[in-house]
Design a protein around this ligand. Sequence first.
Ligand code: MG
Length: 298
Amino acid sequence: MPVVQEQRIVDRIRAKVGASRMALGIGDDCAIFRPRSAREELVFTTDMLVEDVHFRRETHTPAQVGYKALARGLSDIAAMGAEPRFCLLSVAFPKWASSSWIDRFFDGLLALARATGTELAGGDLSHAAAFTADITVCGSAPVGASLRRSTAHAGDYVYVSDTLGGSALGLATSKGAAWKRHLRPEPRLALGRYLRTRASAAMDITDGLSLDLHRLCLASNVSADIEPPPLFRGASLEQALHGGEDYELLFTARPNKRIPAAFGGIALTRIGQIRRGHAGEMRQAGKPLPIKGYDHFS
Ligand SMILES: [Mg+2]
């Protein structure tokens, strides 16, 4: 099995933190906090967007960078089946960032914030050699209703939303619908909320299906058998299995749960089944599926 470095770093940090008093601590798309005597639980995620790692200023407009800074966090909120409530943004601007670039960055971010009911409630401004934005998004769900990645069981079916590989294709070609897909991923917020009562486990696909399904299997202590996932028009199977930044939802459901073929115009496709067996192991079309998704530390 290939070395998955990011997971190891997270595991080491979790060990240092020790016992968690959260409803759910380190390791999922969001942490879950239950205020005393509340009917809702709060979910929190934090996401970093770094120049030349997540975007290039030659190819991304400031509004697109602003959109993406928030969209990534909202995708984690969607993965929990939660509703976004507010966000906090810390951002370091480099010398090249003009005041109009900064204005248009915030315009892009705030347009998505308004469209999704996510208030920008505060943050911090600084400067750095490379543009860096860190966004914390808070969402809410009824107590106990948030979806997790650690609750898939043997026998559950595995599903993905829409198609995969579009963002990787867009990154490779810089044109057409695939490039748009790379620039403007749609956080699947309505779908996430719909799945609250239907899915047994969920997460968003950010680093490629192979790596993210591996993470879901590890967290749930199960293995999985899958078939080729639905491909974005023009994308290769390699891009769909291992390309990052699709921001679709990966979820599991008991076989007796009816999952419609589509929700809100987004296809929901059954791609396989959860099995008992070696935690984290995956097979695709009967053969071991290698993990080649994007890992920041490998
Ligand atoms: Mg995630």
